[in-house]
Design a protein around this ligand. Sequence first.
Ligand code: ZN
Length: 329
Amino acid sequence: MQLNRHTRLPPALADIGPREIRRVFPKPALIEIAGERERPLFVSAMLHGNETTSFHVLQALARRYADARPPRSLQIFVGNVEAAEAGLRHLPGQPDFNRIWADGDSAHHRLVADVVAAAKAAEPIASIDIHNNSGANPYYGCVNALRPADLHLAALFSDIGVYYRNPATTQSTAFSAFCPAVTVECGQSGERDGIDQAIQLVEDAMRLDGFPDHAPGASRQKLYETVGAVKVDPEASFSFGEPGSDIVFRGDLETLNFAEIEQGSVWAISARDPDSLRVVNEHGDILTGRFLEPRSGGLVLRQAITPAMLTRDRAIIRDDCLCYFMRRL
Ligand SMILES: [Zn+2]
């Protein structure tokens, strides 16, 4: 699989929409732009083809730095352009481009291994991977290491931070092995505030000289740790509030992202088989019984938790999970 290389963002990028991205990037691309300071900022874009905030960030950078050097060099990876053209997270038959950054032997693994090698050689000051959520979430930054630099990078974007180690195959996990790395979740695709905040993060990060050697602290950052992913049995039907499915989640579930939900709260109004919903931790251990208990034909929370990335998008629930359970660090 081909990785195209560029030394600038094509000016034509400014005048197209995300689904026309292959006019300027027909294949995945690595763009290396020389800036005032040599060590680059790494920016990862379009790993998920239907998450368009990163596209708009690239457009902004193309406009701002058409005739000027950026304050710091940039290394930009543009990932799944074919899925972007189709308006999909990934094409049928393609892997998820944010699950291929660990050991593996496919053409996709080799493609991103080349990107990692180029980044490592350039010693980036930091890495920013830009995403959107499919459900209603506040903006937040995810880190894979509890180092002051990573936490500061995340706090530049939002006062909500999430620490996770699973899945371990993401871009930010791979990059956290050699530089501070964050994944930013910029709300739903197309939200203007999310785009503006992501552009500001890239601008601010380009101007950094380094990071403080102490963590930002609780007044600047609410930090959560992912304790498990909530998965629906592939055989089970589900709905949000409408009766008749194997699992009927409470109808307002999607509004609970980042809410601190109390012990005893209803999670599912009914569940024909309580085992059709599972909480799985990073090691694959099934922890359902610690978090959910059957009561009155449904499921209630056995302990207080904070959910994140709750979605009603059926494809994502089937492909990935319903949400993550988190606790405050
Ligand atoms: Zn994404």
